[in-house]
Write a protein that binds this ligand. Structure first.
Ligand code: FAD
Length: 473
């Protein structure tokens, strides 16, 4: 545990606008992850109000060799923002650095601090007739700093890319306490190494993101959203090609959901209802948008789906007739994680393979896991358009919860071996944190891992930034 002396030194380093939290009750929710599975320890959480204050904290941490753990909205799913259980680290929350510094509608950029919540950015952009093209189920709590540090994906990657594609400039405090001032919204800047790219997806192991300049787009004028019933994931791929072609490649989202996911949401989430007349084995939520009015996107979607229905490519479809119905469809999709949590244990595996291989991967891995552990049940859903599925393992009465929990590492290794056999990735969008560090060491490319260690050692020679994350000991 951190000594009283260290706690006092950090408190003394703060300015009047910063905060220090030492009360165990206030600290408790910050020391447990969103699913309540990973618990860490720390006596001290600091909440700096500016990059300058944070820089002073980091300098002191270097001098006293005190580990620091950055935290944003604490919605991460791999334990990256939770301090290790030895209690040696100081937790640093960026939530007080939450100003939207500026929105530039002409340049289509927003400059925001790390603690700004994604939903607040959506609202601020909409007020200027712009949109920020990244969204996800945790948008009410996830922060820009966390989203950048995990290179988050979400439901619009198909058209607009991950967080990396949205970042134009970055301000950060590096592990030696220096401030990286690359906050310029320049779209072109070839002046040597692009250091900000290293911080994107670094999960807080190379410094603190304190602010970012982000790209915005014109707000959509037309949105067409449909929920489609399908026989199988294999049937989804020709549908996706057809819709990309029909909409002039304006397909924002293509989200796959099995019937089991809909059933869970209907059971656990208030205000939800079955979206189609009859239950379907699989569903995709499809959305296409245009920033130009009068492009008749809805009619285009409707006629493409009608053709597919006639050909037998799909089983049924409903097009949202109002913004309210569109929100209902999205509420179903975005509530799956919450419904899974309410229903009991689920071992999560956020994986990617090529879009083309996804149906074969899903079929093979499901069959092998369900045969290997009778009672194991796969719930696979997510961003099919990106080749990214949350391949989660639950269980029925034949495999009790405690037994499934005991098997979690074995099930994960088995799943990731299947992923590796398809040339895929063991972490598509959630990152590595502590949960996947061992598997990254086992399955990661040795050349890449060696280069990552060299970068880490060069920028953070004392290992103060988020120890135990990404790199297994
Ligand atoms: C219901 C639900 C749905 C989700 N859906 C998606 C999804 O579709 N796509 C997706 O990609 N993720 C998804 N996630 C995961 C999560 O929302 C993202 O990983 C998000 O980016 C985390 O943001 P946060 O502010 O909560 O970060 P935290 O959880 O606080 O931290 C995440 C990591 O970033 C580091 N970090 C945080 N802030 C900073 C900073 N300012 N500087 C340096 N490091 C920092 C932390 O140390 C940690 O390693 C979902 C999570 C939930 C609960």
């Amino acid at each position: 545990m951190i000594s009283d002396e260290i706690v006092q030194l950090f408190k003394d380093a703060l300015s009047d606008d910063d905060r220090a939290v030492t009360d165990a009750v206030d600290l408790a929710p910050k020391l447990t992850d969103w699913r309540g599975r990973i618990r860490g320890a720390s006596r001290l959480m600091l909440q700096p109000a500016s990059a300058a204050s944070l820089a002073a904290i980091v300098k002191l941490a270097g001098e006293t060799r005190t580990p620091l753990v950055p935290q944003g909205g604490n919605t991460g799913l791999v334990g990256g923002g939770i301090p290790e259980a030895d209690g040696r680290a100081v937790l640093v929350s960026l939530e007080r650095m939450n100003r939207i510094r500026s929105i530039d509608p002409a340049g289509n950029t927003a400059t925001v601090e790390a603690g700004v919540i994604l939903q607040a950015l959506h609202e601020a952009a909409a007020a200027e007739d712009r949109m920020f093209p990244l969204s996800l189920g945790a948008k009410g709590s996830a922060t820009i700093g966390g989203l950048i540090s995990t290179n988050a994906g979400g439901t619009q990657v198909l058209r607009y890319g991950t967080m990396r594609a949205q970042v134009l400039g970055l301000e950060a405090v590096l592990p030696d306490g220096d401030i990286l001032n690359q906050l310029t919204p320049l779209r072109k800047d070839n002046t040597g190494y692009d250091i900000k790219q290293l911080l994107i997806g670094a999960e807080g192991t190379l410094g603190f993101v304190t602010a970012a300049s982000l790209r915005l787009l014109p707000a959509p004028r037309e949105i067409a959203t449909a929920l489609v019933g399908l026989k199988s994931p294999a049937a989804a791929l020709p549908l996706m090609s057809r819709l990309r072609q029909a909409t002039g490649d304006q397909l924002d989202s293509f989200e796959l959901m099995p019937r089991d996911a809909i059933t869970l949401v209907l059971r656990h989430v208030d205000g939800t209802r079955d979206p189609l007349q009859e239950a379907q084995p699989w569903y995709v939520l499809v959305e296409t948008t245009s920033s130009v009015a009068g492009t008749q996107l809805r009619e285009t979607l409707e006629s493409a789906l009608a053709e597919e229905l006639e050909k037998g490519g799909i089983q049924d479809a409903a097009i949202a007739q109002s913004e309210g119905q569109r929100e209902e469809f999205w509420h179903l999709r975005e509530s799956i994680a919450e419904a899974e949590k309410a229903d009991g244990l689920s071992l999560k595996h956020d994986v990617s393979v090529s879009v083309t291989d996804m149906p074969a991967f899903m079929a093979k891995a499901t069959k092998r896991i369900e045969a290997r552990w009778p009672g194991a049940r796969i719930l696979a859903f997510g961003h099919l358009g990106d080749g990214n599925i949350h391949f989660n393992v639950r269980s029925d009465e034949r495999l009790p919860r405690d037994r499934l929990m005991e098997l979690k590492d074995e099930v994960a290794a088995f799943t990731y071996d299947e992923v590796a056999s398809f040339g895929g990735s063991i972490s598509a969008e959630h990152g590595i944190g502590t949960l996947k560090a061992g598997e990254l060491l086992r399955l990661g490319d040795p050349g890449k891992l060696a280069a990552m260690r060299a970068v880490k050692a060069a920028l953070d020679p004392h290992g103060i930034m988020n120890p135990g994350k990404i790199f297994a000991a």
